[in-house]
Design a protein around this ligand. Sequence first.
Ligand code: PEP
Ligand code: MN
Ligand code: NA
Length: 604
Amino acid sequence: MTSVATPGLENAPTTHSRLLAWVAEMAELTTPDRVVWVDGSDEEWTRLTEQLVAAGTFTRLAAKPNSFLAQSDPSDVARVEDRTYICSVDEADAGPTNNWMDPAEMKSVMTELYRGCMRGRTMYVIPFCMGPIDAESPMFGVELTDSEYVVVSMRVMARIGTAALQALGEDRPFVPAMHSLGAPLEPGQADVAWPCSTTKYIVQFPEERMIWSYGSGYGGNALLGKKCYSLRIASVMARDEGWLAEHMLILKLTSPEKKVHYIAAAFPSACGKTNLAMLEPTIPGWEVETLGDDIAWMRFGEDGRLYALNPEFGLFGVAPGTGWDTNPNAMRTIDQGNSVFTNVALTDDGDVWWEGMTEEPPAHLTDWKGRDWTPDSDEPSSHPNSRFCTPITQCPILAPEWDDPKGVPISAILFGGRRKTTIPLVTQARDWNHGVFMGATLSSETTAAATGAVGVIRRDPFAMLPFIGYNAGDYFNHWVETGKSADATKLPAIFYVNWFRRDADGGFLWPGFGENSRVLKWVVERLEGTASAVETPVGHVPTPASLDVEGLGMTDEQVEAALAVRPEEWREEIPQITEWFDKFGDKLPTTMWDELEILKSRLA
Ligand code: PEP
Ligand code: MN
Ligand code: NA
């Protein structure tokens, strides 16, 4: 092996033979100057953040303790869905919604990209665990990366370092997650602040439970424990093992009578999951606590109920629109420091700012591209997909049971999207299969969380379109089967919500944010059988009197418009749903066609 010459490969802090062999193989291929085993310590964080400041990648924030601003290359700002692949052995297993390439062909393409790609850089070995390390079957991964930004961000987002490596032992399984910026340095070549490549690949090999990422340093493209592992790879594991890996927040809701319900909710990226997870109820006596804001792994407990666990350790939230009025708990979380901000603006006193943080913008800023900015500037100060990356343990309303390895029992699942018309504020599914139909047909306007146009309506089933690691038809079937295998009386009730419906003048019909507690209240009262509903062709919708709008100042007409089921709008959905379902051919469970028939006949 030629790799014996690479400093750091010898005397590795592990005897895990598969891990050692893989690290040696990847070091030999990518030829870094050295290999560093990440321990996750404070000293390491200090050393790497100082290095990132010296490299110009980070600006230390004078106004927040131990916090940094990164400005990325303007071309590397979001997940790249058109460069994301599910490389299953059989193309049919990637399904109609994923990009696919033969795994052997993809490996040969990427092996040539990886050859020598870490020249002049350090290869970091990041042992990590998604979910608690003391779980019965801890979910290990190891990310190799040549990005210090990725190392420090992974330390916020996952349980990393020595504790994970020790628990991995000599032979426990792990998901190999290979990442490179694709920006080798020649001897004497000066580095740039945000190295990356114009060629990008974000690749999952589902059968091997393996991830290869190349060319991007940003978010879900590069922090491989998040979307790549905990959703795409985990969804495949979940299919094979009978559980669910979902794009859902988890919250705890306590009523004035001190009854506790846990709720999971799926929304597409940048549709307010973090805001809902940290909501401050506006109705007296109700309390929300946070367990997770992006991912839920759900398994049946011995009592037959569905238990959810957040596998992450941090929050990677969309910054714009997060403010003291919309999400004060997120503001309190980041104010404690220990955070990395990416592509937001810098204030003159060394703090961060973004659109929506305060009502009045500061008189002068340095924008996310490093230019002078004033309220008269033509462009926003922050990229619409700019992010805060912050430890979840700093959240002041974190539920103490958030890291219980067995999870929390879920009473209700909400699906939601961003729709100007058609979809009522809240609708309860008649039963599990109807709820699966709601999830399978979920639609939303696109956002800045992925590259591409913003505001285009697309089907985003279960808010998982970019994250289902296999054929989406099989995924719908897995949801149907999950319901069949369970005691129906113990399954969570399913609801479809839409905070984004507009009136004829384009204004929002519902105030959203903390007022969404009123919808959560109705949900809980439905579970307890105390709220009334009207049965409509699309499910159970609140009677205007059953929704608590006291003190909101909404007229009866406005409440009715927010809740309205307009058959003419729904009839327009039918051909779109039919076209969507046709994509899946034989893979679509027949129950989904049955549900569509029920909808059609109820609308007739
Ligand atoms: C990302 O974009 O990198 C990300 C973490 O997630 P999302 O798109 O769901 O906000
Ligand atoms: Mn997400
Ligand atoms: Na987009």
